[in-house]
Design a protein. Sequence first.
Length: 247
Amino acid sequence: MDEGSFYESANYASVKRLPVLFVCENNLYATESPLQLRQPAGTDLCERMRAFKINALRIDGNDVHEVYHATESALDNLRAGGGPFFLECMTYRWREHVGPHFDHELNRTYRTCEEVKAWMERCPLKRSAGRLTRLRIATPAQLETSYQAMKADVEKDIERARNAPCLTSPRCSTISERRGSPMRKMTYAQALSEGLCQAMERDPSIFVTGIGVDYPSGIFGSTTEAAKRFGPARVFDAPAMENALTE
């Protein structure tokens, strides 16, 4: 909801009364940047869509039953010629951005462990399972059997991927082999961090802006050192605006 291309699409859909269902999974963060840093205070995304003459509804995105019926109603509206519809599903991302860890395990401070745990109590799978058992649609034993079967399928696929042959070519060589000298070993994020700092030292006109670049953990640590060394004047957070920035 930060990017201009979305609003261009919303405007076009409204003008042409297209049967488009826009779904926003609002998890309150973009990488490590909280919503209040990316949107003006008091922002209501549904009201913003209504300014485009688009019907909009905010729902509990962690309630499978509510999501199903709200989507069904929105689709009925589209099919009846009511024009585009916007659903804002309030939900949450438990773990770090595209990573396996919890943020508090890595000492990240942009959100608290208590906040994460509070949202975990609203787990949509557990809530849906509770509803199914209360309505006697399924028993706990049946749900557990289904869960174990899905878990076994996932574990089997993971094992198959791990045992797959590597896709290598005898014609490939590493940079160190071409140079004839060993290279320092570092992670991708460490290499980005070092290269970024070297460039910023050489050229004072270089600055870094983007979602979460000035947080302690940076973007997987790739901007942490630059933020420490060069400060907020040259490393600062910004809304997602990929169409507004020219690299």
